[in-house]
Design a protein around this ligand. Structure first.
Ligand code: F6R
Length: 250
């Protein structure tokens, strides 16, 4: 596992964007696993900037997103499809048909999940999976206690995740209670993993995930078992890890 500490959020975003950019340059038709949330916004802006300058093209790139709220249409401002359009896809040359996000309006969620697993296989697997980490250690919507053997599945969101996501909705009642999410098995099958973390409020959970034991109680800790993980964080998110003696590169 490689851990890069950047000075601040902007530097973290640039470093992470560099890694994604390298992947796209080395293999233009690669499959990128993408994430939503606050942390990757800056790195998506950086990728858009490099695309506009002519340094990067996504014309052959395919993408699969980690997760989607159940019950939200792709046009709902809080849907993850909408997030991806606004923050990345609408501003680069990726072909719309090459972008894949789970369907939040699926009538049969189980069938949607099974089809998504098949899609990932048909694409040849994920070359680089981008991840953020929740305050409770979740990755995608794999919550504490969830089985590490799951593929894409229907999730009941925990109180802690509903509380954390409330800031994006007008009221707590509007926060969806269910989501569709890749499972830990899909994530662990990716050839390479890039996790981004930012801010002091992530420092404790980052430390538990990477300086503590691998445990279902901290889903991100499973990444210790993956052969090719890069963690990029700012100083605020990584300082406790460094203090715990885990080697961190500048
Ligand atoms: C997003 C996702 C989530 C987030 C996590 C961190 O697709 O799957 O697991 O990565 O909740 O979110 P932020 O970046 O907002 O702290």
């Amino acid at each position: 596992m490689r851990i890069y500490q950047a000075e601040d959020y902007k530097a973290m975003s640039r470093r992470a964007a560099n890694i994604i950019s390298a992947q796209v340059i080395y293999k233009p038709n690669c499959v990128l696993g993408l994430a939503t949330g606050g942390t990757p916004v800056g790195l998506y802006q950086q990728l858009v900037d490099w695309y506009r300058k002519g340094d990067l093209s996504f014309a052959e790139t395919r993408s699969v997103n980690l997760d989607e709220y159940l019950g939200l249409s792709p046009h709902h401002e809080q849907s993850y499809r909408y997030f991806m359009q606004v923050n990345l896809f609408d501003h680069i040359d990726i072909k719309p048909e090459n972008t894949h996000v789970l369907d939040g309006l699926a009538k049969n969620p189980e069938a949607e999940c099974a089809a998504y697993n098949q899609l990932i296989r048909d694409l040849g697997g994920i070359d680089l999976q981008l991840l953020g980490m929740g305050h409770n250690g979740h990755i995608a919507f794999n919550e504490p206690g969830d089985d590490f053997g799951l593929e894409t599945h229907l999730v009941n969101l925990t109180e802690s995740t509903i509380n954390a996501n409330q800031r994006f909705f007008e009221s707590r009642d509007e926060v969806p209670r269910h989501a569709l999410s890749m499972g830990i098995k899909n994530i662990m099958n990716a050839r390479r993993i890039l996790m981004v973390v930012s801010g002091e409020e992530k420092a404790d959970i980052v430390c538990r995930a990477f300086a503590g034991p691998v445990t279902k109680e901290v889903p991100a800790s499973v990444l210790q078992l993956h052969p090719d993980v890069t963690l990029v964080g700012d100083r605020a998110a990584l300082h406790k890890l460094a203090e715990a003696g885990v080697p961190v590169c500048g």
